[in-house]
Design a protein around this ligand. Structure first.
Ligand code: SF4
Length: 395
């Protein structure tokens, strides 16, 4: 089992409690992005295309703890940017796990060798290492040679030290099912505790706009992969029903509030993938977001989305409503032969709105207005393989 039994029980208990309390919307996983700065520049990433003033911002330890107190989700995924560039990351992890939150720390693994001693194995903590396929696939995805080998070395070292380690595998157009299946075999042999996989979301700021999968291609790709995986013991950290959805067997609508995102801008509306605005508080995010305006069929930018941050929560909530259904899929794996469920119509979706430039201008103005009279000192230091500018005030 990729997710520890106690974690599955606690999360299941939490979901049942929300249903009994009659809560229409509630978070399952708090997504924390305490910084946007990264030491890679991947072709499919839509998170790091910000000016330096914004890349130098950090959520403090206290802000991360406060975000947890506001959302109070049972699971927390810390992403970015590259979280290991954040100086307070060990304290953030310690603070959140002390509250008995299941923390997944998402990293490209480049700094893991140096930073591993700052962390301790803990049943509430797991590394989640970015690995988009085999060596050639991953190095191409992250636009840098040698990253795959360093990430694999980091996985080995973390496992040797007794940490839980999962991998996060995003797939793009052109991925070959046989190759992905071989890769899943390899990571299982490496001893990873689980795989989290999904298609890439077509971020409008990603440098490579050519290789995002549409929904039809996504479903066919995952069907072909899962067919090759029949009888193998691949361990996924995701709900079997989400995998069934990826293979074209569930007609799910997204649950964007299931994985709310707190960034240095505030609480992002409507979801982890789309930054259409920011709320000051978690309550404001939940109460005042026009949720009906988003999702496949409702909004052009959502047309091809099948990402776990939108649909995993739908799958988990479905599992509570239909436990016999999840039991069947967990036992036999996702359906790979029967006709797929009909696709959601896009006939009435509203047109995309483009807000990035205005949001950046607003944030930069805000930062300028907060500048101390003398202006911030900016030093340049070598964080890993290449120089990274870090504002003293931000760190
Ligand atoms: S479909 Fe849902 S999860 Fe995906 S981008 Fe749209 S709002 Fe976000």
């Amino acid at each position: 089992m990729a997710v520890p039994l106690m974690q599955a029980v606690r999360v299941g208990r939490y979901v049942v409690k929300q249903h009994l309390l009659g809560r229409k919307r509630y978070p399952l996983v708090l997504m924390l992005e305490p910084l946007f700065r990264c030491n890679l520049a991947c072709s499919g990433c839509g998170k790091i295309d910000y000016p330096a003033q914004i890349l130098n911002q950090r959520l403090s330890l206290q802000e991360c703890l406060d975000a947890d107190a506001e959302a109070d989700a049972p699971v927390i995924a810390i992403a970015g940017g590259e979280p290991l560039l954040h100086k307070e990351m060990p304290e953030i992890v310690k603070g959140l796990t002390a509250r008995k939150k299941y923390v997944y720390l998402c990293t490209n693994g480049l700094l893991l060798d140096k930073k591993l001693d700052d962390y301790e194995p803990n049943p509430f903590f797991s590394w989640d290492i970015h690995l988009d396929g085999d060596k050639a696939m991953h190095d191409s995805s992250v636009c840098q040679e040698g990253v795959y080998e360093r990430a694999v070395a980091a996985i080995r070292k973390a496992k040797e030290r007794g940490f839980r380690v999962s991998i996060n595998c995003t797939l793009f157009d052109g991925a070959q099912p046989e190759r992905v299946a071989r890769f899943f075999d390899e990571v299982m042999a490496l001893g990873v505790d689980g795989v989290m996989t999904a298609p890439g979301y077509a971020y409008e700021r990603a440098p490579d706009q050519e290789h995002f999968l549409n929904r039809q291609k996504t479903k066919q790709l995952f069907r072909d992969i899962f067919r090759l995986g029949k009888g193998k013991k691949w361990r996924f950290t995701q709900s079997p029903l989400f995998l069934n959805f990826l293979a074209g067997n569930e007609n799910y609508h997204c649950t964007p509030w299931g994985k709310p995102l707190r960034t240095v801008f505030g609480w992002q509306r409507p979801c982890y993938l789309l930054g259409e605005g920011y709320a000051k508080t978690f309550k404001e995010l939940m109460d005042d977001t026009a949720w009906d305006q988003y999702g496949t069929g409702a909004y052009e930018k959502c047309a091809d989305c099948m990402v776990h941050s939108g649909y995993e929560s739908t799958a988990v909530m479905d599992a509570v409503k239909r436990p016999w259904h999840i039991a069947k899929v967990a036992l036999f794996g996702p359906e790979t032969e029967k006709p797929m469920v009909p696709e959601i119509s896009l006939a009435n979706q509203r047109k995309a709105e483009y807000k990035y430039e205005a949001q950046v201008a607003e944030q930069v103005t805000l930062l300028e207005s907060r500048k101390p009279a003398r202006g911030p000192r900016v030093r340049v230091h070598k964080a890993e393989d290449k120089p990274v500018e870090v504002a003293d005030a931000a760190d």
